[in-house]
Write a protein that binds this ligand. Structure first.
Ligand code: ATP
Length: 335
């Protein structure tokens, strides 16, 4: 989301959350080693990493539940040495949030509104508007105990919005949801950033699902940041290091012959097979920082396979998916 000023300059949305050198130790165990990033309004930042990477620790620090061992952060202009002021500017959906089963969704949200200082009338009308926004308008007056897991997560999102925060934190929000529920929830999360102009931090290890939702990512592994940037930058950095610029998938039995053909193309440095899936990673001679292959090279590769009567089952003419990068980076860090 950019805005054009009267003199034609395009302005970036403001930085709404930034962190510098955050560290956290539990006793002698360093759970977070050096986390720095910036998040602009209207964008979704993904904290990605396998179990134990430090995602929850980072979110606990940024939401003022845990003090960092070192480093600082700024939320909507407020520095981390003012935790009470920060709490008024953030909304949080923690992992595994529990709900009072007997309260209705509407009562629950009104209660939170009043905790943030709204009158009971204001809190009730905010609750109704939020229930509508998260698609619970027809169930708002039923007890939460009767809600499905997906409905509870949506209620948790509504709760996080009660104080109209500048930044929202969602810790593994899609855990336990079916694919449709995951998609609906992530679309909602994206809308909160885009339409309301909020900064959103989303932690997950479900990469395929969140790849399309996050604008920026921080990939963590064992407390270290192993990659950081926009999704395209992170994929580009990793493909530049691996040299793989495109992938093609053929039947497993045809992989050796197809690799041989691809490797004879003049611009190809190497064709690396994955014998179990049939995907072949294609490395080019000159990458020059490119994150995707020249379409003419893609065509030449496809032509040579078609001439050899090789069935083409899949093509990734970009440099791969975030999931591949994640697996590559976290495996490198573990080695
Ligand atoms: N209170 C604690 N005391 C000691 N060690 C802890 C504590 N909380 C977390 N850790 C350790 O810190 C590291 C990071 O944990 P954290 O929960 O932040 O990771 P995570 O990326 O959220 O993982 P998960 O996806 O499993 O929730 C892990 O090694 C964990 O065992």
């Amino acid at each position: 989301m950019t805005t054009e000023t009267s003199n034609g300059h395009v302005e970036e949305p403001r930085v709404i959350l930034s962190a510098e050198g955050l560290r956290k130790s539990y006793g002698t165990h360093q759970a977070l080693k050096n986390l720095s990033f910036t998040l602009r309004a209207g964008r979704v930042l993904g904290f990605l990493g396998p179990n134990g990477a430090g995602k929850t620790t980072s979110i606990r620090i940024l939401t003022t539940i845990l003090p960092p061992s070192a480093g600082r952060f700024v939320v909507d202009g407020v520095t981390s040495d003012h935790p009470e002021q920060i709490r008024r500017r953030i909304g949080v959906l923690p992992e595994g949030l529990g709900f009072p089963r007997e309260l209705t969704g509407a009562r629950y949200l009104s209660y939170y509104g009043q905790l943030f200082g709204s009158s009971s009338h204001e809190a009730r009308s905010t609750a109704e508007a939020l229930l509508q926004e998260v698609g619970l308008q027809n169930r708002g007056h039923s007890p939460i105990g009767s809600y499905s897991h997906g409905m509870r997560q949506r209620l948790g999102i509504a709760r996080a919005l009660v104080n109209d925060p500048a930044v929202l934190f969602f810790d593994e929000p899609t855990l336990g949801l079916d694919p449709r529920g995951q998609r609906e929830l992530l679309t909602m999360v994206q809308g909160i950033a885009r339409d309301r102009g909020k900064g959103v931090v989303l932690s997950s290890h479900l990469l395929a699902e969140i790849e399309g939702v996050c604008d920026d990512v921080v990939i963590m592994n064992a407390g270290e940041v192993v990659a950081r940037g926009t999704v395209a930058e992170v994929i580009g950095q990793a493909s530049h290091r691996s040299g793989i610029a495109m992938r093609v998938r053929v039947p497993v039995g045809e992989v050796p012959a197809a690799c041989g053909l691809i490797a004879t193309l003049p611009s190809v440095r190497a064709a690396t097979p994955d014998d179990s899936t049939g995907w072949i990673g294609v490395e080019l001679r000159q990458l020059d920082g490119a994150t995707a292959a020249d379409p003419r090279l893609v065509n030449a590769m496809l032509e040579s396979l078609i001439r050899a009567d090789t069935p083409i089952l899949g093509l990734d003419a970009g440099s791969g998916r975030l999931e591949d990068v994640f697996l590559q980076l976290t495996a490198e860090a573990i080695r």
